[in-house]
Design a protein around this ligand. Structure first.
Ligand code: MG
Length: 355
């Protein structure tokens, strides 16, 4: 739904029992970007006409010269170009209704499905959505239909009770998914463009030595020793970088920022994480979440977890709720348990489209 951000607001109208599912679907899309914050969820009526009327009532505060587009959720392949042309027509003429000329031969059949007449298709158009109108025009049309008991099959037919509407040439790809055949066609059409989800894992460990600052999760933690390494040796950020890079099938942190590179001696690892975020974004990946578990006997990590989440979420441009940080000890076992070093395991989930 990349066009949603262009809208001042979006009203999703559905049957009351379906609205929670709608809400969940929108939240799933939100990390992909471009989803407006101004979304209303409105319980619809028994027919499309009733549902659109419910939606119009939710826009009671909107000015009459605003443009409203009615779109059928069963047409998921609508293009930004078609939306823009419908809006432009509504701004200029009061209406802009997507439709395509009928190319198929149309026959009228009797009650036994026997063709009795070929219909002249000259001037016949199959209506689509979006159907765009000046808000005051659609309001008047809806009120008029309510008063007269007129039942139309789309918004254009309501407005035509008041005045003519302008057709905007629609797209053949703007199909309406009604039957299981339509769904199969849609899946084939989408083909390689289906978003996919990837997961990755990362691990890092560094020794604790004297004379170094201790950096974990992008936060400097007061302690009598620090982690040894070429950069700031932040194991949490290194493990998270590797989880992200692994999910995207990219070279790991050791290859991207080798310890033979003098330009990164003592570098802050938050810079690595920001660079990884840029690489992922350039390749079309969106970070859904990262999670990590620090393994440290000392110091206590708990007081610093919320600052680590802020740092990491800022670097990755995701909400702190999408960053998990946990800490545990190694129960005194092995060198990590003896306090000789700190280790970190991380996992990451990406969503994106194949390129
Ligand atoms: Mg490392």
């Amino acid at each position: 739904m990349p066009f949603l951000n262009a809208a001042d607001s979006l009203t999703i109208i559905g049957q009351p029992g379906d609205l929670e599912e709608c809400r969940k679907a929108v939240e799933l899309l939100r990390p992909l970007g471009g989803v407006t914050e101004r979304i209303r969820y409105v319980a619809g009526g028994a027919s499309r006409q009733d549902s659109v009327r419910c939606g119009l009532q939710s826009l009671a505060d909107a000015p009459g010269d605003a443009v409203v587009l009615v779109h059928d959720a069963a047409r998921p392949f609508v293009s930004v170009d078609l939306i823009e042309r419908c809006i432009a027509s509504a701004v200029e003429y009061g209406s802009g209704v997507a439709a395509v000329p009928v190319h198929d031969t149309i026959r009228r059949a009797d009650e036994n499905d026997v063709p009795v007449q070929t219909v002249d298709r000259t001037g016949l158009w199959a209506m689509q959505t979006p159907q765009a109108f000046r808000l005051d025009l659609l309001r008047r049309a809806s009120d008029r239909a309510e008063q007269t008991g007129f039942q139309g099959t789309d918004e254009a037919s309501l407005v035509e009770q008041l005045q003519g509407v302008r057709l905007v040439k629609g797209d053949r790809e703007n199909i309406k998914i009604t039957t299981s055949d339509d769904l199969r066609f849609a899946e084939q059409w989408l083909g390689g463009r289906m978003p996919e989800m990837r997961v990755g894992c990362g691990y890092d460990i560094h020794r604790l030595v004297e004379g170094r600052d201790l950096w974990l999760g992008g936060v400097k933690i007061p302690y009598d020793r620090g982690l040894d390494g070429h950069s700031d040796a932040d194991v949490a950020l290194h493990a998270i970088c590797d989880a992200l890079l692994g999910a995207a099938g990219m070279p790991d942190i050791g290859q991207l920022y080798p310890n033979t590179d003098e330009s990164i001696t003592g570098a802050s690892s938050i810079g690595f994480l920001m660079d990884v975020a840029d690489r992922l974004a350039s390749a079309g990946w969106t970070v859904m979440n990262v999670d990590c578990t620090l393994i440290a006997e000392r110091p206590k990590i708990g007081p610093y977890v919320s600052r680590m989440r802020e740092k990491i979420s800022y670097a990755l441009k995701i909400e702190p709720a999408r960053v998990g940080i946990k800490a545990t000890t190694n129960e005194g076992l092995d060198d990590t348990g003896a306090g000789a070093g700190i280790a970190c395991h991380a996992a990451a989930c990406l969503i994106g489209c194949r390129r």
